[in-house]
Ligand binder design. Structure first.
Ligand code: FAD
Length: 465
Protein backbone atom coordinates (compact mmCIF):
# COMPACT_ATOMS: atom_id res chain seq x y z
CA UNK A 1 0.00 0.00 0.00
CA UNK A 2 1.45 3.45 -0.87
CA UNK A 3 1.75 5.81 2.05
CA UNK A 4 -0.95 8.46 2.12
CA UNK A 5 -0.13 12.14 2.67
CA UNK A 6 -3.02 14.51 3.24
CA UNK A 7 -2.30 18.20 2.59
CA UNK A 8 -4.67 20.88 3.87
CA UNK A 9 -4.18 23.89 1.61
CA UNK A 10 -3.88 24.50 -2.13
CA UNK A 11 -1.76 27.66 -2.00
CA UNK A 12 1.98 28.01 -2.60
CA UNK A 13 2.81 25.97 0.51
CA UNK A 14 0.27 23.22 -0.15
CA UNK A 15 1.24 22.72 -3.78
CA UNK A 16 4.95 22.99 -2.99
CA UNK A 17 4.33 20.23 -0.44
CA UNK A 18 2.49 18.04 -2.93
CA UNK A 19 5.38 18.31 -5.39
CA UNK A 20 7.87 17.62 -2.60
CA UNK A 21 6.09 14.41 -1.55
CA UNK A 22 5.87 13.15 -5.12
CA UNK A 23 9.55 13.94 -5.81
CA UNK A 24 10.63 11.98 -2.74
CA UNK A 25 8.14 9.14 -3.15
CA UNK A 26 6.54 8.94 -6.63
CA UNK A 27 4.25 6.12 -5.48
CA UNK A 28 2.83 8.14 -2.56
CA UNK A 29 -0.90 8.71 -2.39
CA UNK A 30 -1.24 12.55 -2.19
CA UNK A 31 -4.56 14.25 -1.45
CA UNK A 32 -4.84 18.06 -1.34
CA UNK A 33 -7.85 19.89 0.16
CA UNK A 34 -8.60 23.49 -0.72
CA UNK A 35 -11.59 25.73 -0.03
CA UNK A 36 -11.05 27.47 -3.35
CA UNK A 37 -12.24 26.65 -6.87
CA UNK A 38 -8.69 26.63 -8.27
CA UNK A 39 -5.09 25.87 -7.47
CA UNK A 40 -1.92 26.81 -9.32
CA UNK A 41 -2.62 30.44 -9.99
CA UNK A 42 -0.48 33.33 -8.86
CA UNK A 43 -2.38 35.60 -6.45
CA UNK A 44 0.66 37.87 -6.63
CA UNK A 45 -0.42 38.99 -10.10
CA UNK A 46 -3.95 40.06 -9.09
CA UNK A 47 -3.09 43.72 -8.26
CA UNK A 48 -1.38 44.06 -11.65
CA UNK A 49 -4.48 42.87 -13.52
CA UNK A 50 -6.51 45.39 -11.49
CA UNK A 51 -3.95 48.05 -12.43
CA UNK A 52 -4.10 47.17 -16.13
CA UNK A 53 -0.44 46.14 -16.46
CA UNK A 54 -1.50 42.50 -17.05
CA UNK A 55 -4.36 42.26 -19.56
CA UNK A 56 -6.36 39.37 -18.06
CA UNK A 57 -6.65 36.99 -15.11
CA UNK A 58 -6.19 33.88 -17.28
CA UNK A 59 -2.47 34.64 -17.55
CA UNK A 60 -2.10 34.11 -13.79
CA UNK A 61 -2.90 30.40 -14.04
CA UNK A 62 0.26 28.32 -14.09
CA UNK A 63 -1.24 24.91 -14.86
CA UNK A 64 -4.64 23.44 -15.60
CA UNK A 65 -6.42 21.00 -13.27
CA UNK A 66 -5.48 18.08 -15.51
CA UNK A 67 -1.77 18.71 -14.80
CA UNK A 68 -2.35 17.66 -11.18
CA UNK A 69 -4.36 14.61 -12.21
CA UNK A 70 -1.48 13.64 -14.53
CA UNK A 71 1.04 14.15 -11.71
CA UNK A 72 -0.95 11.82 -9.45
CA UNK A 73 -1.97 14.62 -7.07
CA UNK A 74 -5.63 14.30 -6.07
CA UNK A 75 -6.93 17.83 -5.48
CA UNK A 76 -10.33 18.18 -3.77
CA UNK A 77 -11.61 21.65 -4.69
CA UNK A 78 -14.09 23.69 -2.61
CA UNK A 79 -13.70 21.16 0.19
CA UNK A 80 -13.21 22.10 3.81
CA UNK A 81 -11.34 20.16 6.45
CA UNK A 82 -13.12 20.75 9.75
CA UNK A 83 -10.99 18.82 12.26
CA UNK A 84 -7.71 17.01 12.77
CA UNK A 85 -7.25 14.07 15.17
CA UNK A 86 -3.50 13.58 15.54
CA UNK A 87 -3.89 10.52 17.79
CA UNK A 88 -6.16 8.66 15.37
CA UNK A 89 -4.26 10.14 12.36
CA UNK A 90 -7.45 11.31 10.65
CA UNK A 91 -8.98 14.50 9.30
CA UNK A 92 -12.69 15.23 9.10
CA UNK A 93 -13.75 16.56 5.71
CA UNK A 94 -17.07 18.14 4.76
CA UNK A 95 -18.87 15.72 2.45
CA UNK A 96 -16.27 12.96 2.90
CA UNK A 97 -16.40 12.17 6.61
CA UNK A 98 -13.35 10.89 8.48
CA UNK A 99 -10.30 10.41 6.25
CA UNK A 100 -7.14 8.60 7.47
CA UNK A 101 -3.57 9.72 6.75
CA UNK A 102 -0.04 8.43 7.27
CA UNK A 103 1.39 11.95 7.09
CA UNK A 104 -0.41 15.27 7.31
CA UNK A 105 0.84 18.64 6.02
CA UNK A 106 -0.97 21.70 7.33
CA UNK A 107 -0.65 24.58 4.84
CA UNK A 108 -3.79 26.55 5.70
CA UNK A 109 -2.15 29.93 5.07
CA UNK A 110 -3.32 33.31 6.25
CA UNK A 111 -6.16 35.79 6.51
CA UNK A 112 -6.17 39.60 6.62
CA UNK A 113 -6.46 40.74 10.25
CA UNK A 114 -10.00 41.72 11.15
CA UNK A 115 -10.15 45.54 11.02
CA UNK A 116 -12.28 45.24 14.17
CA UNK A 117 -14.50 48.28 13.56
CA UNK A 118 -18.27 48.64 13.06
CA UNK A 119 -19.65 48.08 9.57
CA UNK A 120 -17.46 45.09 8.71
CA UNK A 121 -20.46 43.26 7.25
CA UNK A 122 -21.18 45.91 4.59
CA UNK A 123 -20.81 45.21 0.89
CA UNK A 124 -17.98 46.91 -0.96
CA UNK A 125 -15.20 45.72 1.36
CA UNK A 126 -12.62 43.93 -0.78
CA UNK A 127 -10.14 41.45 0.72
CA UNK A 128 -7.86 40.68 -2.25
CA UNK A 129 -7.02 36.98 -2.35
CA UNK A 130 -9.22 34.57 -4.32
CA UNK A 131 -8.82 34.88 -8.11
CA UNK A 132 -12.49 34.12 -8.89
CA UNK A 133 -13.57 36.89 -6.55
CA UNK A 134 -10.90 39.18 -8.02
CA UNK A 135 -12.50 38.70 -11.45
CA UNK A 136 -15.82 39.93 -10.02
CA UNK A 137 -14.21 42.77 -8.08
CA UNK A 138 -12.44 43.93 -11.23
CA UNK A 139 -15.85 44.78 -12.71
CA UNK A 140 -16.68 46.69 -9.51
CA UNK A 141 -13.44 48.68 -9.84
CA UNK A 142 -14.53 49.72 -13.36
CA UNK A 143 -17.62 51.34 -11.79
CA UNK A 144 -15.82 52.80 -8.75
CA UNK A 145 -15.37 56.55 -8.39
CA UNK A 146 -13.71 56.75 -4.98
CA UNK A 147 -11.85 54.07 -3.00
CA UNK A 148 -10.11 53.84 0.35
CA UNK A 149 -7.20 51.45 0.92
CA UNK A 150 -6.92 50.51 4.59
CA UNK A 151 -3.28 50.21 5.69
CA UNK A 152 -0.10 50.60 3.73
CA UNK A 153 1.14 47.01 3.87
CA UNK A 154 2.71 45.31 0.84
CA UNK A 155 -0.67 44.56 -0.77
CA UNK A 156 -1.95 48.05 0.07
CA UNK A 157 0.98 49.58 -1.78
CA UNK A 158 0.20 47.58 -4.90
CA UNK A 159 -3.53 48.30 -4.75
CA UNK A 160 -3.04 52.06 -4.25
CA UNK A 161 -1.03 52.23 -7.46
CA UNK A 162 -3.45 49.89 -9.27
CA UNK A 163 -6.54 51.92 -8.35
CA UNK A 164 -4.83 55.19 -9.27
CA UNK A 165 -3.83 53.70 -12.64
CA UNK A 166 -7.50 52.80 -13.17
CA UNK A 167 -8.49 56.43 -12.66
CA UNK A 168 -10.19 55.85 -9.29
CA UNK A 169 -9.95 58.66 -6.71
CA UNK A 170 -7.81 56.77 -4.21
CA UNK A 171 -7.25 57.42 -0.51
CA UNK A 172 -4.73 55.54 1.62
CA UNK A 173 -5.23 55.54 5.40
CA UNK A 174 -2.65 54.19 7.82
CA UNK A 175 -2.08 54.72 11.56
CA UNK A 176 1.71 55.08 11.03
CA UNK A 177 3.52 58.26 9.98
CA UNK A 178 4.51 56.77 6.60
CA UNK A 179 3.81 53.83 4.29
CA UNK A 180 5.12 50.29 4.87
CA UNK A 181 6.48 51.33 8.25
CA UNK A 182 6.65 47.72 9.44
CA UNK A 183 9.46 47.06 6.93
CA UNK A 184 10.79 50.18 5.29
CA UNK A 185 12.44 53.43 6.40
CA UNK A 186 10.85 56.86 5.87
CA UNK A 187 13.62 58.07 3.52
CA UNK A 188 13.04 55.02 1.30
CA UNK A 189 9.29 55.64 1.19
CA UNK A 190 9.47 59.42 0.65
CA UNK A 191 9.93 59.25 -3.17
CA UNK A 192 7.18 56.62 -3.35
CA UNK A 193 4.76 58.85 -1.49
CA UNK A 194 5.71 61.75 -3.74
CA UNK A 195 4.99 59.67 -6.84
CA UNK A 196 1.58 58.67 -5.43
CA UNK A 197 0.76 62.36 -4.92
CA UNK A 198 1.74 62.95 -8.57
CA UNK A 199 -0.81 60.23 -9.48
CA UNK A 200 -3.45 62.10 -7.47
CA UNK A 201 -3.54 59.70 -4.49
CA UNK A 202 -4.66 61.20 -1.15
CA UNK A 203 -2.41 60.05 1.70
CA UNK A 204 -3.78 60.02 5.25
CA UNK A 205 -1.02 58.96 7.65
CA UNK A 206 -1.32 58.98 11.48
CA UNK A 207 -4.95 58.18 10.74
CA UNK A 208 -6.91 55.40 12.43
CA UNK A 209 -9.86 53.57 10.93
CA UNK A 210 -12.97 53.96 13.11
CA UNK A 211 -15.89 52.53 11.10
CA UNK A 212 -17.21 51.58 7.70
CA UNK A 213 -20.35 53.59 7.07
CA UNK A 214 -23.17 52.47 4.81
CA UNK A 215 -26.48 50.65 4.60
CA UNK A 216 -26.66 49.58 8.23
CA UNK A 217 -25.87 53.00 9.74
CA UNK A 218 -29.51 54.13 9.86
CA UNK A 219 -28.77 57.14 7.66
CA UNK A 220 -31.07 56.11 4.86
CA UNK A 221 -28.66 54.23 2.56
CA UNK A 222 -30.38 50.86 2.69
CA UNK A 223 -28.52 48.94 -0.01
CA UNK A 224 -26.13 47.38 2.50
CA UNK A 225 -23.06 48.81 0.77
CA UNK A 226 -20.28 50.96 2.12
CA UNK A 227 -20.48 54.65 1.17
CA UNK A 228 -17.78 56.12 3.42
CA UNK A 229 -15.04 55.34 5.90
CA UNK A 230 -14.91 57.11 9.27
CA UNK A 231 -11.37 57.82 10.47
CA UNK A 232 -9.69 59.75 13.27
CA UNK A 233 -9.17 62.49 10.67
CA UNK A 234 -12.78 62.65 9.47
CA UNK A 235 -15.02 60.89 6.99
CA UNK A 236 -13.88 59.84 3.50
CA UNK A 237 -16.48 58.99 0.84
CA UNK A 238 -15.85 55.62 -0.80
CA UNK A 239 -17.78 53.15 -2.85
CA UNK A 240 -14.99 50.57 -2.54
CA UNK A 241 -12.70 49.78 0.40
CA UNK A 242 -9.65 47.55 -0.02
CA UNK A 243 -8.58 45.97 3.25
CA UNK A 244 -4.82 45.46 3.47
CA UNK A 245 -4.38 44.78 7.17
CA UNK A 246 -1.48 42.53 8.24
CA UNK A 247 -1.53 38.78 7.63
CA UNK A 248 -2.64 36.51 10.47
CA UNK A 249 -2.08 32.74 10.44
CA UNK A 250 -5.12 30.57 9.66
CA UNK A 251 -4.39 28.34 12.66
CA UNK A 252 -7.93 27.28 13.65
CA UNK A 253 -7.47 23.59 12.83
CA UNK A 254 -3.96 23.38 14.28
CA UNK A 255 -4.98 25.10 17.50
CA UNK A 256 -8.03 22.86 18.00
CA UNK A 257 -5.82 19.80 17.39
CA UNK A 258 -3.45 20.88 20.18
CA UNK A 259 -0.49 21.53 17.85
CA UNK A 260 2.00 23.90 19.45
CA UNK A 261 1.74 27.53 18.31
CA UNK A 262 4.37 30.22 18.83
CA UNK A 263 4.16 33.84 19.93
CA UNK A 264 3.04 34.99 16.47
CA UNK A 265 0.16 32.47 16.39
CA UNK A 266 1.99 30.50 13.69
CA UNK A 267 2.73 26.80 14.21
CA UNK A 268 6.17 26.05 15.61
CA UNK A 269 8.16 23.80 13.26
CA UNK A 270 11.67 22.39 13.36
CA UNK A 271 14.15 22.76 10.49
CA UNK A 272 12.50 19.80 8.69
CA UNK A 273 9.14 21.65 8.97
CA UNK A 274 7.85 19.11 11.51
CA UNK A 275 5.25 20.33 14.01
CA UNK A 276 4.86 19.24 17.64
CA UNK A 277 2.46 16.42 16.60
CA UNK A 278 3.65 13.05 15.27
CA UNK A 279 3.57 12.72 11.46
CA UNK A 280 2.29 16.30 11.10
CA UNK A 281 4.25 18.89 9.09
CA UNK A 282 3.57 22.55 8.45
CA UNK A 283 4.48 25.08 5.75
CA UNK A 284 3.70 28.59 4.57
CA UNK A 285 2.02 31.48 6.31
CA UNK A 286 0.51 29.25 9.01
CA UNK A 287 3.98 28.56 10.50
CA UNK A 288 6.56 30.81 12.11
CA UNK A 289 10.25 30.76 11.18
CA UNK A 290 13.13 32.34 13.12
CA UNK A 291 15.04 35.32 11.74
CA UNK A 292 18.62 34.26 11.04
CA UNK A 293 20.24 37.10 13.02
CA UNK A 294 17.97 37.58 16.02
CA UNK A 295 16.06 34.25 16.11
CA UNK A 296 12.90 36.40 16.42
CA UNK A 297 9.98 34.32 15.08
CA UNK A 298 8.46 35.65 11.86
CA UNK A 299 5.08 34.73 10.39
CA UNK A 300 3.44 35.80 7.15
CA UNK A 301 6.53 35.92 4.95
CA UNK A 302 6.05 35.61 1.17
CA UNK A 303 4.80 33.19 -1.44
CA UNK A 304 8.38 32.23 -2.31
CA UNK A 305 9.07 31.35 1.33
CA UNK A 306 5.80 29.39 1.48
CA UNK A 307 6.65 27.39 -1.64
CA UNK A 308 10.18 26.53 -0.44
CA UNK A 309 8.85 25.52 2.99
CA UNK A 310 6.23 23.35 1.27
CA UNK A 311 8.94 21.60 -0.76
CA UNK A 312 10.82 20.90 2.46
CA UNK A 313 7.77 19.62 4.36
CA UNK A 314 6.67 17.49 1.40
CA UNK A 315 10.11 15.99 0.80
CA UNK A 316 10.39 14.99 4.45
CA UNK A 317 6.82 13.68 4.65
CA UNK A 318 7.63 11.61 1.56
CA UNK A 319 10.60 9.99 3.31
CA UNK A 320 13.33 12.28 1.96
CA UNK A 321 15.59 14.61 3.88
CA UNK A 322 15.56 18.37 3.42
CA UNK A 323 16.01 21.27 5.81
CA UNK A 324 14.72 24.83 5.82
CA UNK A 325 16.95 27.47 7.38
CA UNK A 326 16.27 30.57 9.39
CA UNK A 327 15.44 33.48 7.09
CA UNK A 328 17.16 36.75 6.12
CA UNK A 329 14.09 38.04 4.26
CA UNK A 330 14.95 39.66 0.94
CA UNK A 331 11.95 41.72 -0.17
CA UNK A 332 10.98 44.04 -2.96
CA UNK A 333 7.98 45.48 -4.75
CA UNK A 334 7.03 48.21 -7.18
CA UNK A 335 5.54 51.18 -5.32
CA UNK A 336 4.25 54.23 -7.14
CA UNK A 337 6.70 54.89 -9.96
CA UNK A 338 9.62 53.34 -8.05
CA UNK A 339 10.77 49.92 -6.89
CA UNK A 340 11.69 49.45 -3.25
CA UNK A 341 13.43 46.53 -1.59
CA UNK A 342 15.84 45.34 1.00
CA UNK A 343 16.90 42.51 3.26
CA UNK A 344 16.58 41.91 7.01
CA UNK A 345 16.58 45.13 9.02
CA UNK A 346 16.16 48.78 8.11
CA UNK A 347 16.82 51.67 10.47
CA UNK A 348 13.20 51.69 11.68
CA UNK A 349 13.02 47.95 12.46
CA UNK A 350 16.53 47.83 13.95
CA UNK A 351 15.69 50.76 16.22
CA UNK A 352 12.38 49.19 17.26
CA UNK A 353 14.20 45.98 18.19
CA UNK A 354 17.01 47.83 20.00
CA UNK A 355 19.67 46.61 17.56
CA UNK A 356 22.62 49.03 17.29
CA UNK A 357 23.98 49.77 13.81
CA UNK A 358 26.26 51.90 11.70
CA UNK A 359 25.18 52.77 8.17
CA UNK A 360 26.54 53.56 4.75
CA UNK A 361 24.47 55.15 2.01
CA UNK A 362 24.93 55.88 -1.66
CA UNK A 363 22.88 57.52 -4.37
CA UNK A 364 23.91 55.66 -7.51
CA UNK A 365 22.61 54.89 -10.97
CA UNK A 366 21.30 51.75 -12.66
CA UNK A 367 23.40 51.90 -15.84
CA UNK A 368 26.02 54.18 -17.42
CA UNK A 369 25.10 57.85 -16.89
CA UNK A 370 25.00 58.47 -20.64
CA UNK A 371 22.87 55.42 -21.52
CA UNK A 372 19.15 56.07 -22.27
CA UNK A 373 16.68 55.46 -19.42
CA UNK A 374 19.35 55.47 -16.71
CA UNK A 375 17.57 55.42 -13.33
CA UNK A 376 18.59 56.49 -9.82
CA UNK A 377 19.28 53.74 -7.26
CA UNK A 378 19.60 54.57 -3.57
CA UNK A 379 21.27 51.91 -1.40
CA UNK A 380 21.50 52.00 2.39
CA UNK A 381 23.45 49.35 4.26
CA UNK A 382 23.27 48.70 8.02
CA UNK A 383 26.07 46.92 9.85
CA UNK A 384 26.94 45.82 13.36
CA UNK A 385 29.17 48.41 15.04
CA UNK A 386 32.75 47.18 15.46
CA UNK A 387 32.68 44.08 13.22
CA UNK A 388 30.85 45.96 10.44
CA UNK A 389 29.00 42.73 9.70
CA UNK A 390 26.01 43.45 7.47
CA UNK A 391 22.61 43.27 9.24
CA UNK A 392 20.30 44.94 6.76
CA UNK A 393 19.75 46.85 3.57
CA UNK A 394 17.12 49.15 2.09
CA UNK A 395 16.82 50.45 -1.46
CA UNK A 396 14.69 52.59 -3.70
CA UNK A 397 15.20 53.16 -7.37
CA UNK A 398 14.00 53.00 -10.91
CA UNK A 399 13.46 49.28 -10.84
CA UNK A 400 16.48 47.76 -12.50
CA UNK A 401 18.45 45.50 -10.21
CA UNK A 402 16.63 46.19 -6.94
CA UNK A 403 15.37 42.60 -6.74
CA UNK A 404 18.78 41.13 -7.59
CA UNK A 405 20.52 43.38 -5.06
CA UNK A 406 17.99 42.40 -2.36
CA UNK A 407 18.55 38.69 -3.06
CA UNK A 408 22.33 39.15 -3.05
CA UNK A 409 22.37 41.26 0.12
CA UNK A 410 20.23 38.70 1.99
CA UNK A 411 22.87 36.09 1.09
CA UNK A 412 25.61 38.49 2.13
CA UNK A 413 23.93 38.85 5.54
CA UNK A 414 23.47 35.10 5.81
CA UNK A 415 27.15 34.41 5.13
CA UNK A 416 28.39 37.10 7.50
CA UNK A 417 29.85 39.52 4.97
CA UNK A 418 31.05 42.88 6.25
CA UNK A 419 31.06 46.40 4.85
CA UNK A 420 34.80 45.83 4.19
CA UNK A 421 33.94 42.79 2.03
CA UNK A 422 31.28 44.69 0.11
CA UNK A 423 33.46 47.78 -0.37
CA UNK A 424 35.98 45.66 -2.26
CA UNK A 425 33.58 43.48 -4.22
CA UNK A 426 33.92 43.18 -7.99
CA UNK A 427 31.05 44.30 -10.18
CA UNK A 428 29.89 44.18 -13.78
CA UNK A 429 30.24 47.41 -15.75
CA UNK A 430 28.42 47.41 -19.07
CA UNK A 431 26.79 50.71 -20.10
CA UNK A 432 23.32 49.32 -20.89
CA UNK A 433 22.99 47.21 -17.73
CA UNK A 434 25.32 48.52 -15.04
CA UNK A 435 27.26 51.60 -13.99
CA UNK A 436 31.01 51.71 -13.32
CA UNK A 437 30.36 52.39 -9.65
CA UNK A 438 28.07 49.76 -8.17
CA UNK A 439 25.89 51.54 -5.54
CA UNK A 440 26.42 48.68 -3.05
CA UNK A 441 30.19 49.21 -3.23
CA UNK A 442 29.84 52.96 -2.77
CA UNK A 443 27.42 52.56 0.16
CA UNK A 444 29.74 50.03 1.84
CA UNK A 445 32.77 52.30 1.30
CA UNK A 446 30.85 55.22 2.82
CA UNK A 447 29.81 53.00 5.72
CA UNK A 448 33.41 51.99 6.44
CA UNK A 449 34.47 55.64 6.31
CA UNK A 450 31.72 56.84 8.63
CA UNK A 451 32.38 53.97 11.08
CA UNK A 452 36.07 54.97 11.07
CA UNK A 453 35.31 58.62 11.71
CA UNK A 454 32.78 57.71 14.43
CA UNK A 455 35.41 55.40 15.95
CA UNK A 456 37.98 58.19 15.58
CA UNK A 457 35.64 60.61 17.31
CA UNK A 458 35.13 58.12 20.14
CA UNK A 459 38.92 57.67 20.54
CA UNK A 460 39.35 61.46 20.48
CA UNK A 461 36.69 61.86 23.20
CA UNK A 462 38.32 59.12 25.27
CA UNK A 463 41.75 60.84 24.96
CA UNK A 464 40.33 64.16 26.10
CA UNK A 465 38.45 62.55 29.01
C1 FAD B 1 -3.00 39.72 -3.69
C2 FAD B 1 -1.78 38.96 -3.28
C3 FAD B 1 -0.53 39.38 -3.70
C4 FAD B 1 0.61 38.65 -3.33
N1 FAD B 1 1.84 39.08 -3.76
C5 FAD B 1 2.94 38.35 -3.50
C6 FAD B 1 4.20 38.70 -4.04
O1 FAD B 1 4.32 39.68 -4.78
N2 FAD B 1 5.27 37.91 -3.75
C7 FAD B 1 5.16 36.80 -2.95
O2 FAD B 1 6.17 36.11 -2.72
N3 FAD B 1 3.97 36.44 -2.43
C8 FAD B 1 2.86 37.18 -2.69
N4 FAD B 1 1.64 36.78 -2.20
C9 FAD B 1 1.61 35.53 -1.43
C10 FAD B 1 1.17 35.67 0.00
O3 FAD B 1 1.62 36.85 0.57
C11 FAD B 1 1.43 34.47 0.88
O4 FAD B 1 2.76 34.44 1.35
C12 FAD B 1 1.10 33.14 0.26
O5 FAD B 1 -0.24 33.17 -0.20
C13 FAD B 1 1.20 32.05 1.33
O6 FAD B 1 0.85 30.82 0.79
P1 FAD B 1 0.20 29.69 1.70
O7 FAD B 1 0.09 28.50 0.80
O8 FAD B 1 0.93 29.56 2.97
O9 FAD B 1 -1.25 30.24 2.08
P2 FAD B 1 -2.55 30.62 1.26
O10 FAD B 1 -2.20 31.20 -0.06
O11 FAD B 1 -3.36 31.43 2.21
O12 FAD B 1 -3.28 29.24 0.98
C14 FAD B 1 -4.01 28.59 1.99
C15 FAD B 1 -4.76 27.43 1.41
O13 FAD B 1 -5.34 26.69 2.49
C16 FAD B 1 -6.70 26.41 2.20
N5 FAD B 1 -7.39 26.18 3.47
C17 FAD B 1 -7.34 26.93 4.61
N6 FAD B 1 -8.10 26.38 5.57
C18 FAD B 1 -8.64 25.26 5.03
C19 FAD B 1 -9.52 24.27 5.51
N7 FAD B 1 -10.00 24.29 6.75
N8 FAD B 1 -9.90 23.25 4.67
C20 FAD B 1 -9.42 23.21 3.38
N9 FAD B 1 -8.57 24.11 2.88
C21 FAD B 1 -8.18 25.13 3.69
C22 FAD B 1 -7.15 27.62 1.40
O14 FAD B 1 -8.34 27.33 0.68
C23 FAD B 1 -5.93 27.81 0.51
O15 FAD B 1 -5.96 26.92 -0.59
C24 FAD B 1 0.49 37.50 -2.54
C25 FAD B 1 -0.79 37.08 -2.14
C26 FAD B 1 -1.91 37.79 -2.50
C27 FAD B 1 -3.27 37.32 -2.06
Amino acid sequence: MPRKTVIIGGGAAGLGSAGGVKAADPEADVVVYTQYEDVAYSPCGIPYVHGGEIPDFERLFLAGKQAYVDAGIDVHYETEVTAIDTAAKTVTVTGEGVVPYDNLIIATGWNYADPGVPGGDLGGLYYVKNIRKAMEWDKVISETKSAVVVEAGPLGLEMVTALAHRGVETHLIDPSPYALSMMADPDIMAPVEESWRELGVHLHFNTTLEAFIGGSDGLGDADGKVRAVRTSGGEIAADLVVISTHKTPENTLAKAAGIKLGSTGGMIVDERMKTSAPNVWGAGDVVEIPHGLTRTPLQGLTGSHAYAQGKTAGTNAGGGDRTYRAVYVPWGTPAGKWVIGGASFGEATATALGIPYVKGEAQGISRARYYPDVQPVKVKLLAEPGTLRLIGAQMVGGGEGIKERADFLAQAIRFGMTLHDLSTMENVYSPAIGALNEPIVVAATNGVASARSAGGARIETARKA
